[in-house]
Design a protein around this ligand. Structure first.
Ligand code: FAD
Ligand code: SF4
Length: 221
């Protein structure tokens, strides 16, 4: 990979999963990609499509439920079938969990997203790309303007880090994970000098667990 490693948004997930340098430098990205859906989905789905996919909330996906995200005036999940909805950051008005498996390691590695639109290009830290729902922006999940697309994911050279990526599933199948995490520990010798612990499928955005990060700091591994 080049000095400033970057992944194009049109790259297929199968190619991310099988890319030798991504696997060597950013193993959690490769681990997340290989678990997405099925081989057919990974062969067709792109990085840009995965990161920007809309919520998988079943009320959102069924046309008879006109919820906030479709211009309605209510969320059906608090009094409905909500066992797969947010457990962190669940103040509403929407209680989705962010669906992207790749977004979590991108945030954990401190990636930057490059976006392009009619007014040119700009970069956004991955950690600031995804937005919590408010009544004003409830129909969107990120900072993209209507005329912008994600073009690249830029990953900082990892340095002396240890990483892990863990997914919990209801069963081994094509479905999204129930919960997952990417952990990136920056090492000073055998001591952890900084930690990023990002949780997926539990909040409307990839969710940094400051408590887990604090617990990891100053430990030896
Ligand atoms: C059975 C099943 C299981 C799945 N399991 C998982 C899973 O475990 N983990 C997971 O993460 N996903 C999972 N998915 C979702 C799947 O990964 C996404 O649907 C896929 O990544 C979409 O990729 P695509 O390139 O086809 O995007 P598209 O379907 O073409 O686009 C998806 C959305 O992203 C937008 N978009 C696409 N490219 C860009 C871009 N460059 N910039 C801005 N917006 C863009 C589109 O406008 C659209 O709104 C699953 C899907 C299915 C059907
Ligand atoms: S959680 Fe969000 S997408 Fe699902 S019903 Fe509520 S407002 Fe709609």
């Amino acid at each position: 990979m080049p000095a400033e490693p970057k992944i194009g948004s049109a790259m297929k997930m199968v190619d991310v999963a099988e890319h030798a340098e991504i696997g060597r430098m950013f193993p959690a990205v490769a681990a997340a990609a290989i678990e997405v859906g099925t081989p057919q989905i990974r062969n067709a789905g792109t990085v840009g499509g995965n990161v920007n996919q809309r919520p998988r909330c079943w009320y959102f996906r069924q046309e008879e439920f006109n919820c906030y995200k479709k211009g309605g005036n209510r969320c059906f999940s608090p009094a409905g079938e909500n066992q797969y909805h947010a457990i962190f950051g669940n103040e509403g008005p929407s209680h989705i969990v962010h669906p992207s498996s790749l977004a979590v390691p991108f945030v954990a590695y401190g990636a930057t997203f490059r976006v392009a639109g009619a007014n040119g290009e700009r970069t956004v830290p991955a950690a600031e790309y995804f937005t919590m729902p408010t009544l004003q922006n409830v129909r969107k999940e990120n900072v993209l303007a209507d005329d912008e697309i994600l073009t690249h994911v830029m990953l900082p050279a990892p340095g002396n880090v240890k990483t892990g990526h863990y997914e919990v599933r209801y069963k081994e199948s094509h479905d999204w994970p129930l919960a997952f995490t990417t952990v990136v520990l920056t090492m000073n010798g055998n001591t952890i000098s900084s930690a990023r612990v990002v949780l997926g499928a539990v909040a409307p955005i990839p969710w940094r667990s400051k408590a887990a990060e604090a617990a990891a700091l100053c430990r030896s591994v």
